[in-house]
Design a binder for this molecule. Sequence first.
Ligand SMILES: [Zn+2]
Length: 290
Amino acid sequence: MGRTGILLAVTGVLVLGASVYGAYVYTTLSADLSDSKQALQEETAQSGTLSKQLSEAKEYIARLEEALSNERNKNSVFENQIAKISGTVGVLEKLAKTDPELLAKYSKVFFLNENYSPPALSPIPEEYLYQKDRLLTLHAAVQPHLEELLDAAKEDDISLLIISAYRSFGTQTALKNSYRVTYGSGANTFSADQGYSEHQLGTTVDITTPAVGATFTGFDQTEAFKWLTENAWRYGFVLSYPKGNAYYQYEPWHWRFVGKDLARQLHRDEKYFYDLDQREIDEYLADIFD
Ligand SMILES: [Zn+2]
């Protein structure tokens, strides 16, 4: 073999080698590619499963949320119903406990049963009594309101003194008789039935001031009366028998507790208790002590 022959042989070997190597690389690469493709396919399949699971979970959550919100709505409807029912029960309970006599009209036209007496009585503090040695009492639920009124007046430098409060039917009758003895038949117009039934309720007081005392003469000209006219309603008290009323003689000293709501309403409308219909008045009964 000449030199050229050797060169050709070497080149041939090299070309063959390169071809074999290229084929090997190609085969390896295509195997890799196919592996990758398969992996990709598997992954895609897996991710399909995942996204399916995810969407199922989402649906499940949505259903739960809906169920939860339904339950919540049901609960709030239920709660509202409970609140409504217990509200009604509250009003009914109050009405059952609240004596309808407390807001009934009494005067020489309307009478209270002689057997009536308040369920409980509380004493009026001695400092507010006109006669310190005479115990005066008031309906136990009204007494705190009177005390509030008296304290407020005191803060405004108005001296109010209670001269009469709860009077039983018996006391009233005795008082009436004593007036009759003193004044004869004229007692009927002066004081025979003075605050007859309203004092028996235990919600009513006769108020005076030191300068005027027990005769009440000119009480409606005093600062005390002015203060009462401007402020008593805030504590639930109203003047029962104003000047010129159709039911009774004018009694500027005689104040009856009717509850804050009704007293405020009367004050606002510039009306008196006896101006209203009993039916209208009774709407305030349940909340009389609020
Ligand atoms: Zn009176």
